[in-house]
Design a protein around this ligand. Structure first.
Ligand code: ADE
Ligand code: ZN
Length: 379
């Protein structure tokens, strides 16, 4: 990441060598410069220091152009770009669909378990550097199996990185298998069949990809089956799609969380239902601006949704494509929407409480959050 934040505490990764995997991401700890410390607001310092959870991150969307080139080279894949800077210049999106075309093309460099391992470890290193203590990570097996990459290869690479990251940095993870909704429901069912052998590695199923024209109702059978087999469920709904898709996700797919959900605001009865049922929304501010759901961060409805009593969380979605990881989403939303200390606390706490962690573990993280909130800092 280009770190413009000379003031960041612990935030950046550097590529270094490692015995098994020659180039892996490691967090780099920066010392604060005294002159920079005073330039930070108290809220910025708070956001940087509190423990966080991330519940909406597509691992394929964390593929930074530099790693894309490195993996393409070792796999003999030709990219239609001359440099990482060229790739970044192509990241101008009209809508979700125009983004997904580029996102699926980028993911095509991933072939071997080692590629999925490096991708996942790089994300977790950055997340750790931003004080993310727990991440629930989406992966899209169909994006890879359609290219001849085995389901097991994808899962093995991602899972072993989560295990190593936990050992190295103490960051915990859960994996969420997402079905691609632009493909037929039968293909989702077939993919789910593969997951049955890995119940211990996959916590939930999800639904992503191009939303409009692909309602949750189409996937009722596979979600019924997944829940019957003991998997939890989430679904993207109300990102570009109408409030009706959020209702279907709740009533037909019986999801525990709605991914995005920002269009619920158009339907007051739905807002009331979400509030009463305490359904978490995994909101992704920078993504919503990049994909033109909102014209700017200042016009984002996150603060209004919070004030309506909804269980809003902040997340990064596809951080390599949308200009920021979890910290940048928090900082951007705080500045653009004038979020206060109580809002930041609520958002961070909601994420731990909306996670799929055991209640005892959640409680420990909330205590850690409370301690960080209470910490006295310099200046
Ligand atoms: N896959 C990756 N990012 C996505 C998004 N923002 N919406 C739907 N599917 C996605
Ligand atoms: Zn998403």
């Amino acid at each position: 990441m280009q770190v413009s934040e000379a003031n960041s505490d612990v935030d950046e990764t550097r590529r270094t060598s490692d015995a098994r995997h020659p180039r892996v991401a490691r967090p780099v700890v920066h010392r604060r410069r005294p002159d920079v410390v005073s330039a930070l607001t108290a809220l910025e310092r708070l956001i940087r220091r509190i423990p966080k959870a991330e519940l909406h991150i597509h691992i394929e969307g964390s593929l930074e152009p530099e790693l894309m080139f490195e993996i393409a080279e070792r796999n003999g894949v030709r990219l239609p770009f001359a440099s990482a800077a060229d790739v970044r210049r192509a990241y101008e999106f009209r809508d979700l669909r125009s983004f997904l075309d580029i996102y699926y093309a980028g993911a095509a460099v991933l072939h071997r378990a080692r590629d999925f391992y490096d991708l996942t470890l790089a994300y977790l290193a950055r997340a750790h550097g931003q004080r993310v203590r727990h991440a629930e990570i989406f992966f899209d097996p169909q994006t890879h199996t359609a290219r001849g990459v085995a389901f097991e290869t994808v899962l093995e690479g991602i899972h072993s990185a989560t295990r190593d990251a936990e050992r190295r940095w103490g960051i915990s993870s859960g994996l969420i298998l997402c079905f691609l909704r632009h493909l037929p429901a039968g293909a989702a069912m077939e993919t789910f069949g593969r997951a049955l052998g890995y119940r211990d590695r996959i916590v939930a199923v999800g639904l992503d990809s191009s939303e409009v024209g692909h309602p949750p109702a189409d996937f009722k059978d596979v979600f019924d089956r997944a829940r019957a087999e003991g998997f939890l469920a989430v679904a993207h709904a109300g990102e570009e799609g109408p409030p009706e898709y959020i209702r279907q996700a709740l009533h037909l797919l019986k999801v525990a969380r709605i991914d995005h959900g920002v269009r619920c605001e158009e339907d007051p009865d739905l807002v009331a239902e979400l509030a009463t049922a305490r359904i978490p929304l995994t909101v992704c501010p920078l993504s919503n601006v990049k994909l033109r759901v909102f014209p700017s961060l200042r016009e984002h409805n996150l603060k209004r949704l919070l004030d309506l009593g909804l269980r809003v969380t902040i997340n990064s979605d596809d951080p390599a494509y949308f200009g920021g990881y979890l910290l940048e989403n928090f900082l951007g939303a705080q500045q653009a929407l004038g979020l206060g200390r109580a809002d930041i606390y609520r958002l961070a706490r909601n994420a731990f409480e909306a996670s799929f962690l055991a209640p005892t573990v959640t409680r420990r993280f909330v205590e850690e959050l409370d301690a960080a909130m209470a910490e006295k800092t310099e200046s």
